[in-house]
Design a protein around this ligand. Structure first.
Ligand code: TRP
Length: 452
């Protein structure tokens, strides 16, 4: 294979932190807690962990293998490994999914940043109606959320144009440890509250009567979403991995970090919510409406602690969002940069401007400008279509592609770093990719469609 001078991550730690940065995001701190709250707590978590192990890790490995082998953007990677042909359509589906996720992800990221500002300025104080109104006024305001989204996009943009090592890797090395420290501080504060035990048992003692098909679909979608699988994000990052990177170790380490952060996010939110008697099943608004109240009430006797915890929480959310948005942005930036033969900077501008326009429509669709398709606002539609449909479909097709069409020796070479590793798990991996993952994804889909 022709080796061009291509950007690379500089170190092993950089690879883990940047990729974990992609995985750890709003999916862990915003989506996971509200999905857990709505789907019965511990049951959902167990099914989720099952999905990560059985479907998530093999699918991560698929993308790592394709990306590192092809050393190029995701559309070209699929066509390179298949020698042209229709398989490149998976790559295109990935870029499309990436565009949609990037756009609405940036809207929520903008909210996080706005909440950092609002916490700092002490505006998140007041009774529950006030906080509810604060969020409704803000998210339905035509221009404010768009301005915050644009700020967030520009921050992401300038990190991306600095390049893979100097931009993405350096930023992740700085942000991921900070995020972890913030997380631990808030978990400790939350678990020390009186009555926190109820929240902890909600997370860890399963109520099996809550189990149904939707829990499965939700957990699978969440596993894909949280691990950044299904649209070539990991494939793009893996194209910057070195030839020595141990793919199996990296995938497992990243999956563990991702699950730990999601569970810690639960331990940050549920004990505090239960301690003030708030039920955590309010859905997507959990973090933006329920939590500011929870923090205020829970730390009512020490308002300064409530203030600091609230502020740190939204700072954490923004950092998590930023490292993930970087990875989403990078997929399309690399695509334009390499396919249109333009500079990275120009590629990045195309992505930033297109996604900012789509994001603006998403944001407007939540307010008075009713942009609805299939009975959902554009925002909800993007979340549903990408999270629950496109990502599993992308993951499914990738399994079929790699498991059944790509020559086995290529997969083996990548799996074992050209024979330098023993690759003891290769058989299990191949079995998972050929049978377990496609059948699992299909069953969950069919069940949801009411066919079985
Ligand atoms: N995994 C990120 C999160 O948990 C979001 C994300 C980044 C993502 N890249 C992705 C989701 C690719 C799906 C596909 O917030």
């Amino acid at each position: 294979m022709k080796q061009t001078k291509r950007a690379n991550f500089g170190s092993r730690l950089g690879i883990i932190l940047a990729t974990a940065g992609s995985a750890v995001g709003l999916g862990n701190v915003w989506r996971f807690p509200y999905m857990t709250g709505q789907n019965g707590g511990a049951v959902f978590i167990l099914i989720y962990i099952g999905c990560v192990l059985l479907l998530g890790i093999p699918c991560m490995l698929n993308e790592f293998i394709i990306g590192r082998r092809a050393q190029t953007n995701m559309v070209r990677a699929y066509s390179k490994l298949s020698g042209g042909g229709p398989w490149r359509l998976i790559g295109l589906l990935g870029v499309l999914t990436g565009f949609l996720i990037t756009s609405y992800y940036a809207v929520v990221s903008g909210w996080c940043l706005q909440y950092v500002y609002a916490s700092l300025a002490g505006k998140l104080k007041g009774d529950p109606q006030y906080i509810q109104q604060f969020f409704t006024d803000f998210s339905q305001n035509p221009w404010k959320p768009i301005v915050w989204m644009l700020i967030f996009f520009l921050i992401t943009h300038f990190i991306i144009v600095r390049g893979v090592e100097k931009g993405i890797e350096r930023a992740s090395k700085l942000m991921m440890p900070t995020l972890f420290v913030l997380l631990l501080i808030i978990v400790v504060a939350s678990c020390m509250l009186p009555g926190a035990g109820k929240g902890i048992s909600f997370l860890f003692s399963p109520d099996w009567s809550k189990l149904n098909g939707e829990v499965f679909l939700g957990a699978m979608g969440q596993a894909f979403y949280s691990l950044s699988v299904g649209m070539g994000c990991l494939c793009t990052y893996a194209s910057y991995f070195s030839r020595d990177t141990h793919l199996v170790h990296s995938a497992s380490q990243i999956a563990v970090i991702d699950c730990v952060v999601a569970i810690l996010a639960g331990l940050m939110i549920f004990p505090a919510a239960f301690s003030v008697g708030v039920s955590p099943d309010s859905g997507a608004s959990l973090v933006f409406i329920t939590l500011p109240n929870v923090f205020q009430q829970a730390f009512g006797s020490m308002p300064i602690v409530g203030y600091v915890v609230g502020l740190l929480f939204y700072a954490l959310l923004s950092l998590a969002a930023l490292t993930s948005l970087m990875s989403l942005h990078e997929v399309s930036t690399a695509f334009f940069h390499e396919e249109l033969h333009i500079s990275r900077r120009a590629g990045a501008w195309i992505v930033t401007s297109c996604c900012a326009v789509i994001g603006a429509f998403c944001s407007l669709s939540l307010g008075d400008v009713h942009i609805e398709l299939f009975g959902k606002s554009l925002f909800d539609l993007f979340d549903f279509v990408t999270g629950q449909l496109f990502l599993p479909i992308g993951g499914f097709l990738t399994c079929i592609f790699l498991g059944w069409f790509v020559p086995k020796h290529i997969i083996h070479e990548e799996f074992t770093n050209n024979g330098r590793l023993r690759g003891r798990l290769f058989g299990i991996y191949l079995f998972a990719v050929r049978f377990v993952c496609p059948v699992g994804i299909l069953l969950i889909f069919l069940n949801q469609l009411g066919v079985i």
